[in-house]
Design a binder for this molecule. Sequence first.
Ligand code: PRP
Ligand code: ZN
Length: 296
Amino acid sequence: MIPRDRLRIAVQKSGRLGDPSRDLLTRCGLKFRSSRDKLFCFGENMAVDLLLVRDDDIPGLIADGVCDLGVVGRNVLEEAGLGVTEASPFRELRALGFGGCRLSIAIPQEQEWQGPAQLAGQRIATTYPHLLADWLKRHDVDAQIVTLSGSVEIAPRLGTADLICDLVSSGATLAANQLQEAAVIMQSEAVLAGAAEAPRDERGDLLELLLRRLDGVLHVRESRLLMLKAPRIALEAITALLPGQPMPTVTPIEGRPDDIALQCVCSGNLSWQDLEAMKQAGAHNMLVLPVEMMLA
Ligand code: PRP
Ligand code: ZN
């Protein structure tokens, strides 16, 4: 392996995680030359480059040291981790909060789900044989795993399997194939993955810097600035309704001694229900704004 002083991140070239992965890195302040039709994007303002690849190749690229990091589904990473005999060569560094889905057992719609025991002796089609085998073992079920490279959902209709174990996001694929979700094997989302051991040279410092920025970006993304007005006597009731118990800034309103203006940063998404409850408590002129940057 040729020594490298630039950090290299593998990102899905196309598909669900591709664009959000690149957006996230851009929000961390990274600028890349070259477009998505190229395989390699050179980092213009930091020594961090991107390699655009198929998601299933990302764990192997990290394990072989071709890339230092990868943005990949937790399901792909853990499947690859179970596929090696020695200890997993990967580490999940951060969960990224997008690309949420679950790996589930799905059975024909006309069947009734009574629990894992009914899978005994059945043929289950999947592209995640290791995760499935692990789950079957934990549930003490002896079933036959049919490993496919794709189009798992049509296997029951083709007669090559009795049921499937596949990713479910909206559920549209299952519905279109007359299948129903029966049991969730794992919850997945996009994660930042790295080698089990961080690089010890300059790349290690770059990784630290990137992780700090990433934490800031992830934190801000879940934050909302809430502004409202209310009668002073409603302040306590409204404060109790603020999600995450933030510390609100309360200011008087010129010429209206009985009213106050309140402002605070709420972490976690504010829902319409939250706003309606605050309105019930006396709040009005409510405004919720996304937060762009935060530095304490
Ligand atoms: C997954 C899965 C299903 C589909 C489910 O494939 O294999 O085909 O998504 O999504 P839905 O519940 O919203 O219909 P994905 O697009 O991730 O591609 P890949 O598995 O080939 O990488
Ligand atoms: Zn894939």
